[in-house]
Design a protein. Structure first.
Length: 333
């Protein structure tokens, strides 16, 4: 479909609103001529999609991104918001040891929203889904006071058992794969009114989850796993509670990237705090039996021990961490 197909006579493609275009022409525009993976048996266009599940089981998760809370359109382009929304969900699938296959998207936005913004957001969703071998198979579009993007991701275990939060055992090693602290550093830069360095700002706008590392960890025998969405300490606390263990991290096991150290110095902030408490990088953290070789690109950062009188907990260098362990939902909004 050509751009002019949804542009009213005399209108500008960049400014024409959803009210002028209408729901169904926008949906047609963002779903026509897209390439689906083999797992999509029936894509958008009917009441429901049909997705293959050769394993007989489907991993499913949902995340919601709200404008002004999870993203700002003066900081991120709609395409970047789409990529971020898809990445947040597919990282959850990977954290179960599964491979992402399909996305369903619910979108609410004001009727004055330029239709072009939705097309760009859809481009981001499709691009990120494709990078993990998944497809966008359906969804819903409605009006609302601010933009809200809700994504449901489906995944395949490919015959493996799911890796749960509750499987960590005393003696296991704790290891991470992917970037830590980059999104938090980028957010700190944006919050000070700057738009550079670009690699940090872009890390906040679009995470780069190590999707393939989840299935690889499952195949290697990972006993528990979670993606780092709220902060490494906060998310490992879920593992500690679910597994009834203590997670002991070693600060010397973390290498602060030079760029984060440089910006931390410039802003008067501790870059190690970004690594330990920063969210939205969607790295993976898992526990592995002591005699198991870690898969490629996984780095050991701690151990699992029996919970003592303090109960399930996460410590750094033998002590509870000083300050917030990560993002706290409902603390502000």
């Amino acid at each position: 479909m050509s751009p002019s197909a949804i542009t009213p006579e005399g209108g500008s493609e960049a400014s024409v609103s959803l009210r002028e275009v209408g729901e169904f022409r926008v949906i047609d525009r963002i779903t026509t001529d897209r390439v689906q993976p083999d797992t999509t048996l029936l894509g958008p266009g009917d009441d429901s999609a049909v997705v293959a599940a050769p394993d007989g089981r489907v991993v499913a998760c949902t995340d919601v991104l709200v404008e002004g809370v999870h993203f700002r359109l003066d900081w991120s382009t709609p395409e970047q918001v789409g990529r971020k929304a898809a990445a947040a969900n597919m990282a959850d699938v990977a954290a179960m040891g599964a491979v992402p296959t399909s996305l369903l998207v619910g979108l609410a936005c004001p009727s004055e929203t330029p239709a072009k913004q939705l097309e760009e957001l859809a481009d981001g969703l499709w691009a990120e889904a494709s990078s993990a071998g998944a497809g966008l198979v359906g969804g819903d579009l409605t009006s609302g006071p601010v933009m809200v993007v809700s994504v449901t991701a489906l995944g395949s275990l490919q015959g493996r058992e799911p890796v749960l939060r509750s499987g960590a055992r005393p003696g296991d090693r704790v290891a991470v794969c992917g970037r830590l602290g980059w999104s938090a550093a980028g957010l700190a830069v944006l919050g000070r009114g700057f738009r550079s360095p670009a690699e940090l700002v872009n890390a906040h706008r679009v995470p780069v989850p190590p999707y393939a590392a989840g299935p690889a960890a499952a195949a290697a025998g990972a006993t528990s796993m979670i993606d780092v969405s709220d902060g490494l300490l906060a998310d490992l606390a879920h593992v500690a509670r679910a597994s009834a263990v203590a997670v002991r991290l070693r600060s010397r096991a973390f290498t602060v990237p030079a760029r984060l150290a440089e910006i931390g110095s410039a802003l008067g902030l501790d870059p190690l705090r970004w690594l330990l408490t920063g969210g939205e990088d969607h790295a993976l953290v898992a526990t592995f039996p002591p005699d198991t070789a870690l898969p490629a690109d996984w780095a050991e950062v701690g151990t699992v021990e029996p919970a003592d009188s303090a109960g399930p907990e996460v410590t750094v260098d033998g002590r509870p961490y000083d300050g917030d362990a990560g993002w706290i939902h409902f603390a502000k909004y």
